[in-house]
Design a protein around this ligand. Sequence first.
Ligand code: NAD
Ligand code: ZN
Length: 359
Amino acid sequence: KTIPIQLGDQSYLVNIGHHALEKLTSYLQSNPPSKLCIISDETVSSLHMDTLLKAIPDSIPRCQFITPNGEKAKSMDVYRDVLTYVIGERLDRSALFIAFGGGAVGDLTGFCAATYIRGVPFIQVPTTLLAHDSSVGGKTGINHPLGKNLIGAFHHPKAVFYHLPFLQTLPKREWRSGFAEIIKASLISKQPFFDELQRTVRDDYDINIENVVRPLVQGIETKKRIVEMDERERGLRAYLNFGHTLGHALENELGYGKITHGEAVLIGIVYALRLSQLFYNLAISEKQFKEWVERIGFDLTIIRKAAPVRLLNRMKNDKKTKMGKCNFVLLEKIGQPILKEIDDETILQTLATFISDIG
Ligand code: NAD
Ligand code: ZN
């Protein structure tokens, strides 16, 4: 399956399938770079680098840089090391970066490509389920010690190659993390997408490639629609942050090793559903929703480790917060997101009951 992302002269194709690497080969044959630099993390490169290298035409010079796993790849130190490496490799403007890994490697590679000699092209070869979200949309970046994603740039890939067999080695927890973003996409997209998700994935065991391909495609299509309408996040694109206001706060509060991005976002979603019921009488059963995600294996009780006041302060320091006011994406209906400013008092109260109701 191929999904075009239409952004004028920045348009590109997202190729998804069991043989997406064949598309990569023909892409490189018709657009040969002067040299390519693969950036990948330790786990992904040890599992899958050989497969990727086989898909690259012999005639193309290549080099590779291996980062630490996961979020550690998005540090200022690793960023500097990558640049030092590619300067040494004499990469020029006709070179090509390949992001080979999950969202972390994708964000780092995209940012290196955006900033090295004022920009070189890059492509994404995502290896996690979550990367269906991060590989599309052109947001790239790294973390600052004071906060996640504080340094970044918009830089779209030239193409995305989602080779599904790579997902086979993904640990259960990472499947789940990616699935949370698919749940998010369904809730801001439309009721039938959400219904189908609940029908096909009923418990932990159901999260596998076969069941997830269709939702994955629907998730990318949701992101595509929103990004095409609002490339630079001036309005609509904020809807993609559904569940992320509290999610990010929780992720920062507990620390990256303790909770995955998706796990944090999922808890943020449950809270946003509660606020949506409160403000817009959203017709959804929180109880049923919680039972469903718990069957899939999400642990909601981890939020008990965080105090409401600390979460509130983190939300107020979020880069998306305007003048200290917290904005939440809520739902009037499934598929009808809306931005709502909520005062501190209400947040503290609802958070306290939310946390005590969990588990
Ligand atoms: P990740 O890149 O940290 O990968 C998670 C873990 O899975 C890592 O340890 C990695 O080594 C391992 N892994 C990756 N692929 C594997 C495979 N095929 N088999 C076995 N192990 C594998 O995490 P992620 O969840 O993909 O991405 C999270 C990051 O994405 C966060 O930094 C988040 O900020 C970012 N993100 C960016 C955007 C965006 O629009 N740019 C959107 C959402 C998330
Ligand atoms: Zn996210």
